[in-house]
Write a protein that binds this ligand. Structure first.
Ligand code: FES
Ligand SMILES: [Fe+2]
Length: 352
């Protein structure tokens, strides 16, 4: 692991943004995975993603116009359909024939699921249907078209590796997430012991009971349990389930490039009454995520000197698994063999 830069995994689906961020007939230019990506929604509602570089003279297509069917470059007006194929070159005169169907800006597979736009970043030209991850992961309990009740995003000035290590770090909360409403008794640490098991492209903190005396969980009913899954390329899926209701929290980390990361926090809830509390919940989620964001900014001051870092037992065991999963993903791809999950079931213990 390089301190400031991460190797970016390909052959996987990444969260690009919530569906609600792109209305029909609109487009949004972003840098994802170090590549210029133009995400759009056609007039018929379907989403698409193009490589955001005009093949004529290289200007990003985001500076042009979208009429709901074709994207027009702002420089010489070439038009591209939502699959990236050139359909018009305004400068061609009557006696000239250019086969525009041979010209493309390039496209990515894009899919909407759970109210999010996912983009597939292929390994050397493979198509997603015969790619290594055939589809984005489905969230438990909620229909594939259920949108998140709330979604926030903060850009982190760190590589996806340090964003991931922070995300799965069970022992920083008492020091980083201190406020009157969470962990009032910060630094009074208690022993924790949780069983873990391998799961699809990652591992799970096995479903266990949450403290019944906690009022926040009571709204979900009795016997409230949770399972937390971590999966490549950077997803944390928490599924809290009670006798009456359930909540799914998704944290996604998507590389902007090898040194910058978009961290999103989203949740789905089966309770209909969440709406009036949204501003408060959004505020608390943002405060919480910003604490993580600020600590990686401070961490960067030290990482510049490229110190040798440590991952200790058992607090950082999940961080180790993360690095092992990434290694195995790269290695199995290079060796053209199936991915073998390196995580073995075991119980981890720590103080937090
Ligand atoms: S640069 Fe895009 S049309 Fe010329
Ligand atoms: Fe955190």
């Amino acid at each position: 692991m390089n301190n400031l830069e991460a190797d970016l995994l390909r052959g996987l689906w990444y969260v690009a943004c919530p569906s609600s961020e792109i209305a029909a007939g609109k487009m949004l230019g972003k840098t994802l995975m170090g590549e210029p990506v133009l995400i759009g929604r056609a007039a018929n509602g379907s989403v698409f993603a193009l490589r955001d570089i005009c093949p004529h003279r290289g200007i990003p297509l985001r500076h042009g116009w979208f009429d709901g069917e074709t994207v027009q470059c702002c420089y010489h007006g070439w038009r591209f359909d939502t699959g990236g194929t050139c359909v018009e070159i305004p400068s061609t005169h009557a006696a000239q024939t250019i086969d525009t169907s041979k010209i493309t800006c390039g496209a990515y597979a894009a899919r909407e699921q759970n109210g999010l736009i996912w983009i597939y970043f292929p390994e050397n030209g493979e198509r997603p249907e015969d790619g290594r991850q055939p589809a984005p992961p489905l969230l438990p309990d909620f229909a594939a078209d259920a949108a998140p009740q709330l979604a926030i995003m903060l850009p982190f000035v760190c590589s996806v590796d340090h964003a991931a290590l922070g995300l799965m770090d069970p022992t920083h909360a008492a020091f980083v997430h201190t406020s009157w409403w969470f962990k009032k008794n910060a630094k009074r640490l208690r022993p924790k012991e949780k069983p873990f098991a391998p799961s699809e492209l990652g591992w799970a903190m096995v479903r266990h009971k949450l403290p019944p005396q906690n009022i926040a969980y009571k709204v979900l009913g009795d016997d409230v349990t949770t399972e937390i899954r971590y999966a490549l390329p950077g997803l944390r899926i928490e599924h809290i389930q009670g006798s009456k209701h359930s909540v799914v929290g998704l944290t996604s980390i998507t590389p902007i490039d090898s040194t910058h990361t978009e961290v999103r926090q989203m949740f789905w809830a089966s309770m209909g009454w969440v709406r009036p509390f949204k501003p408060l919940i959004r505020h608390l989620m943002t405060v919480f995520l910003d604490q993580d964001r600020r600590v990686v900014v401070q961490q960067r001051e030290g990482l510049k000197y490229n110190p040798k870092l440590m991952l200790i037992n058992d607090a950082d065991t999940q961080g180790r698994w993360w690095m092992q999963l990434k290694d195995e993903w790269v290695r199995s791809g290079a060796e053209n063999r199936p991915f073998q999950n390196p995580v073995k079931a075991r119980t981890l213990r720590w103080m937090s």
